[in-house]
Write a protein that binds this ligand. Sequence first.
Ligand SMILES: [Zn+2]
Length: 139
Amino acid sequence: MNPAILIAVASLLLLTFGRSRDRLSRHFTAAQLSVTNTGLPNEIPAMFRANAAQLGSVLDTIYDASGGIVVTSGYRSGPVNDAVGGVTGSEHLQALGADFKSSRGMDAAGLFQLVSDLDLPLAELISYPSHVHIAVVPP
Ligand SMILES: [Zn+2]
């Protein structure tokens, strides 16, 4: 086989498997559920990956029901949680908590109401002026 074709195939495989490894749910990747603007490293540890997948699955339902959401904070390492003023013992530290807003221009109060009406199995549901916070029950 032509070496150029081999390289192309290898690159494609790497891309495909790299992507699937990063995907946690239909709408969310690990990168999206560990986003931070602190500049600190913030990778979801393997021990919290199942929590993050559970979080992604609940967020998928909210995404579909609302027409689209953007997660502004999901998993937080200890230093990231400290940097953003997160509470001690925050569900974000175990990849069980997420802050999000509508990507369709719905305000946070409207999004909060929509999530309430979905009757999801949530441990926490809090409305903030700029976003909604949820915490899910561990899988
Ligand atoms: Zn939060």
